[in-house]
Design a protein around this ligand. Structure first.
Ligand code: PBG
Length: 324
């Protein structure tokens, strides 16, 4: 045998020297669920994650920074009285998200604060967009509200605005709104290829944001499609996106790879709530070794071509990597 690939695996040194993919806390973005209350409330379908109260949010962010995780995304759990057909609370300058952004940035200016743009936490219909009387999701009317939401987040101090709603044309409209108001330094991380996935179930438990009727298939993508993802990449690039996201992550590694090859922009992948729940539940049952499977999953998501990963494991993974 002239060629023996195993020679390049024979020792820790050769393995480390030839490793193609790196993984570190600088690659993680930490999604946080927040609510306007004093206490943290555990999320049963996401063991280890809570809806964080005012004090809990500060503690979690401080912990993340200590662990080397420098970016968070905020997802608000809003009380029913804030949920309306028009989602007006989404652009309340004094809303929970806006106050939290300002509080975090004043305490930790170096923290990268990313915000979600979509109406589902604020919609009495539980949808990401406005709903017509006959139950259709209204695209252009929604985009107008999303622009107000994005602007209010920029005013509050957000570094990166992240539209997750999947309306057509929202990236360009948000870019124009931000620029027209002097926020040309605020970035847009576009949820470009966001699939209509059942893996979002635990997230909707966390925010009590399950759609009130129907599903999200007229705006989120069909899991069977991939060419469509490339079309979305092209549009978001033209509309001024700074970063492109694929979501979910592990069942969509092929999409991450193709998107990576289709754009020169940085690519983000979202290891979503259902992916977290699967890994957590199997680990808690003793069926999988948590540290090993989580680091393997995150490495695979990076190997597929993502630069950054949104993951509920951000802090834990950062600590495991430090131990190694
Ligand atoms: C809503 C939104 C969702 C997620 C992020 N933003 C849920 C949905 O589209 O229904 C899912 C994240 C996760 O499952 O971890 N705009």
């Amino acid at each position: 045998m002239l060629t023996r690939p195993r020679r390049n695996r024979k020792s820790p040194w050769v393995r480390a020297a030839h490793r193609e993919t790196t993984l570190g806390p600088e690659h993680f973005i930490y999604p946080l669920f927040i609510h306007d209350g004093a206490d943290d409330i555990a999320i049963p379908s996401m063991p280890g994650c809570s809806r964080l109260g005012r004090e809990g949010t500060l503690q979690e962010v401080e912990g993340a920074l200590d662990d080397g995780v420098g970016a968070v995304v905020l997802f608000p759990a809003e009380p029913d009285e804030h949920k309306t057909p028009g989602g007006e609370e989404s652009y309340n300058p004094n809303g929970l998200v806006q106050r939290t952004i300002a509080g975090l940035k004043s305490r930790w200016p170096e923290l990268t604060v990313i915000t979600d743009v979509a109406l589902d936490p604020y919609s009495s219909a539980g949808h990401d967009g406005l709903v017509s009387k006959d139950g259709r999701i209204l695209n252009d009317e929604t985009v107008e509200v999303l622009c107000k939401q994005a602007l209010s987040q920029a005013v509050a101090g957000a570094d990166i605005i992240s539209p997750s709603d999947m309306m057509d044309g929202r990236v360009g409209a948000i870019r124009e709104t931000l620029d027209a108001n002097g926020y040309n330094e605020v970035s847009i991380l576009a949820y470009t290829a966001k699939y209509a996935s059942a893996f979002y179930g635990p997230f909707r438990d966390a925010l009590e944001s399950h759609p009130g009727f129907g599903d999200k298939k007229t705006y989120q993508m069909d899991p069977a499609n991939v060419r469509e993802a490339l079309r979305e990449v092209e549009l978001d690039e033209l509309e001024g996106a700074d970063m492109i996201m694929v979501k979910p992550a592990m069942p969509y590694l092929d999409v991450i790879r193709l998107v990576r090859e289709a754009t020169a922009l940085p690519v983000a992948a979202y290891q979503v709530s259902g992916e977290y729940a699967m890994l957590k539940a199997a680990s808690q049952n003793g069926w999988l070794e948590e540290k090993k499977v989580v680091l393997e999953a995150l490495t695979a998501i990076r190997r597929a071509g993502s630069d950054v990963i949104l993951t509920y494991y951000a802090r834990q993974a950062a600590r495991w990597l430090q131990e190694a």
